[in-house]
Design a protein around this ligand. Structure first.
Ligand SMILES: Nc1ncnc2c1ncn2[C@@H]1O[C@H](COP(=O)(O)OP(=O)(O)OP(=O)(O)O)[C@@H](O)[C@H]1O
Length: 721
C-alpha cells in the first residue's frame, strides 16, 4: 500500500504553517494510505504532477489546498513517497524544479540537492578558483578520503572549486545534507577519522540490522534507501501519531536524531559511565531524554531511573520532554525527575525521625561565616571561609581536624599555613554548630549528608541520567555516584563546560568517574542561527576552558555550527536605564507585531531587581510579562518571560533580549573574588561571569537583542562590539 513519509526539511518549516495547511497535510497523508498507486497518480484532488523543465522527474508536487503545494519525491519503484517541503504554490513549483534526488553510495540514504543552482554557480566559482592564488579549501584531503566519507562525483567537483569557508557557506544550503555536513566538519578542522566517527559510522550503524547493508547500493532502490534515511525521513504509521507531530511543530527532535545523537542515545549498552558534551543547543538534553527512553525499554521489574538536573525550571522542561517522548504513563512513572538538591532532600527526609531543616540562602551564609570568624578570632574574610568550606572541606568530605590538616588545597589560590588550619577548622565547626542550632543547613551539606546515607544504605536506582552536569559540586557527584551501583549503564552525563556558571570547577576524572572511550561530542546546533552563534561564541574566544572529563585538557567548540540562518544580534546602547527599558518595550513590540507570541519571548538580566523593573515596564506598556518562575508556576503561557541569566540556563525562546549588559554588571564585582584574596578563584569567577553572558545569549532561536546603558560590559568590548 502506498504511503507518504516526511522529510526533515518539511518538519523544519512546520512551525510556520498555519493549522489549516497542516490539516491539508494530514488529509493528503491519509489519501496516500487509502488509494492504490494507480488511483494516486490519477486523483484530481491530489494532482500528483510531474513538472516540465524539472531537474528530476521523480520530484513532483501535490495539492495541499488552494494556495499551498507539497513537493514530493515519487520514486519510480516501490510505493513510499516522501513529502519534502510544503510551500506556497509558485515557490513550491520553482523549488521543486531545481531539486534532484539520489542515493548516497556510502551512507545508502536518500539525498536531495538543489542541482539547478549548483550547476549554475559552479562554473563561475571554478573560474574564480583558477585565478585565485589561495590554496583550495579541501586541498589536503584526497579524492579517496572524500569519496570514502560519501562525497559523490558532483559534490567533489564543487568542493574542489572552493577556496574558503565563506564560499562553502554559499554552497552549503544547496548540497545534500550529509555531504554538506562532511565538508563543514572538515573545513572546521576535524580529521577524516572524526568525520567518519561523527557522521558516516553512526548512519551505517543504524542500518547494521538491515539485511541489505552488505550489498552494493542499488541507485534505483528508493524503497530501501528511504528506510536507511531514519535521520532525515520519518515513516509515520498512525494518524494519531501524525496529528501529534503536526500539533507540536517544534518537537522534531522526537522523530529525528542526528546520526551522532542517535549513536549516543541508542547505543545498546555502555560498560560504565558515559558522557555527551557539546556547545549550547546541540541537543544534549534531547539525547539525555532519548537515552532515558532507551533505558526504559530494558528496565527490569522494580528498577527505577533518576533523571536529574540543576534547576527547577529545567526539571519542568525535562518532565514535559519525557511526556512527549514516552507516551505510556506507567513507564514514565518509573523515572524520578528532580534537581540533585531535591533528590538529596528526599533522601535526608526519609530517615526515621528526621527533623526538617531549613535550607540556607546564599547571602545568609556569608553573614554567618562573618559571625563565626568573629567568635573564633579568625581574621580572614567571610568569603575565604565560605570558599574553603565549599572547595576543600565539602568537596573532599572532610569530617575531622586531622583530615583537614592533611587535606590537599591544590585548587585554591590563597595561602594557608599549617599553623592556621586549626583555627579555620574551629571556625567551620562554629559555623556548622550555629546552623544546626538554628535548624538550618546549606544545600551542599544536605547533598553531603544524603551521599553518606546512600553510601551506608546502598543505591536507589538502576540508572542515573544527569543533565547540565558542568555545574555540579563534588558533594552532588558523590550523591549521584552513591545513588546507582557501579555497573554498565550506571551514569549517563550530559554537560558543556562552556556553560559553567556556578562555582563548581571539578573534573569527572578527579571524582573517579571514568568516561574515557565512552564520551561523545555533539557539534551541530539546532537552536540558534549561525549568525547568533558566531557572535555569542566570540564572547569566549581566546579563553581556554577545561574539559568536563579532565581539567588538564582543553575543551573546544571546534566544528560547532548551525545550519539555520538569519540576522545577527541587534545591539543597543542606551543613555540610561530608563531609556534602555523604553527601548526594550519597543523591541518587544516589534517582535509581537511580527507575529511572535508573548510566551515565545524571553528577557534576561544579570540581577533580580532589573528583572522586576523590566516586568513593570513591559506591563505598563500593555505587554503581558511575568517573572520566569511565577509564569511557569501559574502555567501562564501568554506572557513575556523575564528572568535572571542564571535562571535562563538550559531554556530557550524564539526571541531573547539580554538587557543591562553594562560595565559593573558583567562581570559583577561582588561575584568575583578579588585576586588578592585568591588569584585562582578570581580567574574562575571571571570566567563564570563571561560564560553567564554566553549562556544568556545562546538561549535565542531566531532573534537576539543585547542592550546596555552607559558603558558596555568589558566582555562586549573585548569581543569587538
Ligand atoms: N535532532 C534534532 N532535530 C530537531 N531539533 C533538535 C534536534 N536535537 C535538538 N533539537 C532542538 O534543539 C534545541 C536545543 O536542544 P537541547 O536543549 O537538547 O540542547 P542542549 O545541548 O541541551 O542545549 P543547552 O546546553 O544550551 O541547554 C531544542 O529546541 C531541541 O528541540
Amino acid at each position: 500500500m502506498p504511503q507518504l513519509a516526511f522529510d526533515i526539511g518539511f518538519f523544519a518549516e512546520l512551525p510556520k504553517l498555519q493549522p489549516p495547511v497542516r490539516k491539508g497535510v494530514l488529509d493528503a497523508w491519509e489519501k496516500f494510505g487509502r488509494l492504490t498507486l494507480d488511483q494516486l497518480f490519477k486523483d484530481p484532488g491530489l494532482k500528483l504532477e510531474s513538472l516540465t523543465h524539472a531537474k528530476d522527474q521523480q520530484i513532483r508536487t501535490i495539492r495541499i489546498d488552494q494556495f499551498w503545494r507539497g513537493v514530493v519525491l515519487a520514486p519510480p519503484s516501490g510505493d513510499t513517497f516522501v513529502l519534502l517541503r510544503v510551500l506556497q504554490h509558485d515557490k513550491a513549483i520553482a523549488w521543486a524544479k531545481k531539486q534532484k534526488s539520489s542515493i548516497n553510495e556510502v551512507t545508502r540514504a536518500v539525498e536531495i540537492r538543489d542541482a539547478a543552482t549548483l550547476d549554475e554557480i559552479t562554473p563561475a566559482y571554478e573560474r574564480v578558483a583558477e585565478a585565485s592564488p589561495k590554496e583550495r579549501l579541501f586541498a589536503k584531503f584526497s579524492d579517496g578520503d572524500l569519496t570514502a566519507l560519501g562525497i559523490d562525483a558532483d559534490t567533489l567537483r564543487q568542493a574542489r572549486t572552493l577556496v574558503d569557508k565563506e564560499q562553502l557557506e554559499v554552497f552549503a544550503p544547496l548540497l545534500p545534507q550529509d555531504q554538506r555536513e562532511v565538508l563543514q566538519y572538515l573545513a572546521a578542522g576535524c580529521t577524516v577519522e572524526e568525520v567518519w566517527q561523527d557522521i558516516v559510522a553512526p548512519a551505517l550503524q543504524a542500518q547494521a540490522s538491515s539485511s541489505s547493508s552488505s550489498r552494493p547500493v542499488d541507485a534505483r532502490d528508493y524503497e530501501t534507501a528511504i528506510r536507511h534515511s531514519g535521520a532525515r525521513i520519518a515513516l509515520v504509521t498512525a494518524s494519531e501519531e501524525l496529528r501529534d507531530i503536526l500539533d507540536k511543530p517544534f518537537a522534531a527532535w522526537r522523530v529525528f536524531l542526528h546520526p551522532s545523537q542517535r549513536k549516543v542515545a541508542y547505543r545498546a549498552s555502555y560498560s560504565g559511565p558515559a558522557q555527551v558534551s557539546g556547545g549550547p543547543g546541540t541537543g544534549k538534553t534531547v539525547v539525555a531524554l532519548h537515552r532515558v527512553k532507551h533505558l526504559l525499554g530494558y528496565l527490569r521489574d522494580g528498577d527505577r531511573i533518576l533523571l536529574t538536573t540543576y534547576t527547577n525550571a529545567l526539571v519542568n522542561a525535562l518532565r514535559s520532554g519525557l511526556e512527549s517522548l514516552v507516551e505510556d504513563p506507567e513507564l514514565r512513572g518509573r523515572v524520578d525527575i528532580s534537581t540533585v538538591d531535591g533528590f538529596a532532600s528526599r533522601v535526608v527526609a526519609e530517615v526515621p525521625g528526621a527533623v526538617a531543616l531549613r535550607p540556607l540562602m546564599y547571602n545568609e551564609e556569608e553573614s554567618r561565616w562573618g559571625k563565626a570568624a568573629k567568635a573564633t578570632g579568625f581574621t580572614g574574610s567571610a568569603q575565604f571561609l565560605a570558599q574553603e568550606y565549599r572547595h576543600v572541606i565539602l568537596a573532599q568530605d572532610i569530617r575531622t581536624l586531622p583530615e583537614y590538616e592533611a587535606a590537599d588545597r591544590r585548587g585554591r589560590g590563597s595561602r594557608l599555613t599549617a599553623a592556621e588550619r586549626p583555627l579555620v577548622w574551629e571556625t567551620v565547626e562554629r559555623f556548622t554548630a550555629g546552623l544546626a542550632a538554628d535548624g538550618a543547613r546549606t544545600w551542599l551539606q544536605t547533598c553531603a549528608e544524603a551521599a553518606r546515607l546512600l553510601e551506608e544504605k546502598g543505591p536507589r536506582y538502576r540508572h542515573v541520567v544527569v543533565d547540565e552536569a558542568q555545574d555540579l559540586h563534588p558533594a552532588q557527584w558523590r550523591l549521584l555516584r552513591a545513588a546507582v551501583p557501579a555497573r554498565p549503564d550506571d551514569l549517563f552525563i550530559a554537560g558543556d563546560p562552556h556553560q559553567r556558571i556556578y562555582d563548581a570547577k571539578v573534573s569527572l576524572k578527579s571524582l573517579g568517574i571514568k568516561v574515557t572511550g565512552r564520551s561523545v561530542k555533539l557539534r551541530k546546533n539546532y537552536r540558534s542561527t549561525q549568525e547568533i552563534l558566531r557572535w555569542s561564541t566570540a564572547l569566549l574566544v581566546g579563553r581556554p576552558i577545561a574539559e568536563l572529563e579532565d581539567e588538564n585538557r582543553p575543551d573546544t567548540l571546534l566544528g560547532y555550527r548551525s545550519a539555520l540562518h538569519g540576522d545577527g544580534p541587534d545591539l543597543h546602547a542606551a543613555a540610561d536605564e530608563e531609556a534602555e527599558l523604553d527601548a526594550l518595550v519597543a523591541r518587544v513590540r516589534t517582535w509581537r507585531e511580527a507575529g511572535v507570541g508573548a510566551g515565545e519571548i524571553g528577557v534576561s538580566t544579570r540581577f533580580n531587581k532589573t528583572c522586576a523593573k523590566a516586568v513593570a515596564h513591559l506591563k505598563a506598556a500593555g505587554i503581558p510579562a511575568a517573572a520566569l518562575r511565577a509564569a511557569d508556576a501559574s502555567g501562564e503561557a501568554a506572557a513575556v518571560r523575564v528572568g535572571t541569566m542564571h535562571s535562563f540556563k538550559g531554556l530557550e525562546f524564539r526571541c531573547v533580549a539580554v538587557i543591562g549588559v553594562n560595565d559593573g554588571a558583567l562581570p559583577f564585582p561582588k561575584a568575583v573574588t578579588p585576586p588578592e584574596v585568591d588569584a585562582k578563584q578570581h580567574e574562575t569567577d571571571l570566567m563564570a561571569e563571561r560564560c553567564l553572558l554566553f549562556v544568556a545569549c545562546t538561549r535565542a532561536r531566531d532573534s537576539l537583542y543585547v542592550s546596555w546603558s552607559g558603558e558596555p560590559s568589558p566582555f562586549l568590548v573585548e569581543a569587538g562590539v
